[in-house]
Design a protein around this ligand. Sequence first.
Ligand code: PEP
Ligand code: MN
Length: 367
Amino acid sequence: MNPNLTITPIKEWLPGIKRPLVISGPCAAETEEQVLQTARGIAKLNRVSVFRAGVWKPRTRPNAFEGAGNKALPWLRQVKAETGLLTAVEVARAEHVEEALKHGIDILWIGARTTVNPFSVQEIAEALKGTNVPVMVKNPVHADVQLWIGALERVNQAGITKLIAVHRGFYTSDKTQYRNIPRWEIPIELQTLCPDLPVVCDPSHICGRTDTLQAVAQKALDLNMAGLMIESHIHPASALSDAAQQLTPDALGSLLNALSVRDVCSENKAFTDKLESLRLIIDEIDENIVRNLAHRMAVVGQIGEYKQDNNVTVFQMERWLEILRSRIASGVVHGLDESFMKELCELLHKESIRRQTAILEVRNRNL
Ligand code: PEP
Ligand code: MN
């Protein structure tokens, strides 16, 4: 079923917005001083439109810092009065929506842990009825584009047309350089299904560290995303949450200055955008193939040792024939060429045998 979203274009509700839209501020509002100092540093850059700060923080374990709560809302009002920045907070419950709106917060966002739960999203949507306050919906923790679209639809059906989707990466149990793997193909699919919906990238929660932010932010712009949400803190090292991924306002300025924003008017823009998106998907797929190959070879090694412990030969004809038969059949079902599949299996098998034999040789040498 195609998504059915009614979207008010950003430029109608954020007049004079710079491209890309930049949203920044601390992971969490901790103290009045931290909030105001961070906001002043950000405002000086003259490049950020929206000040973000988590007031109610969803934490993995109890007793971690759960945000300053309601008392932080007047600090944000102060940020707006002093700097002119719009303010945004995360809402996870109906009462968060009510409190935020009572204190003049401009934009609300639904966090990744909330987007996964249709009951919570619906509760928030009910509280939003009749407000038409702008809402940003972060992707759900796991890579399910339908769940993301579902949350956007629930909010939209409550009458919210000022919508932004935020891509913050996805949980994986694999060891990767990312805190949350980007899976760029998912926001690209969202953009394809909902062409009017602005999608903003949150490199901070994708990277979980600061040294890779620049590359991820650039990639998001190269993919023609509408903006960036990047966490910043006046003293990142002493932040009470997400300390490793926050930038000082000055470092944020350097990151933004170093970004290249591509020419929107280039004649071939549609072509280059599409080509770039497709190449990024290929990069992601190849990275997955390499990870899976490494995993396969590690398991092959374990099997090699296990066979040896049990005095079983490295090569077993029936198993090999079964692998060849089933992988070729599966490849053909997925539209892959039969002889390509055969060659691929032979290559994999050759390397697996080489690995297991090598293990055997090392062990024999040590006997
Ligand atoms: C956040 O923006 O600080 C946050 C909690 O993010 P997410 O919902 O993406 O984990
Ligand atoms: Mn955070």
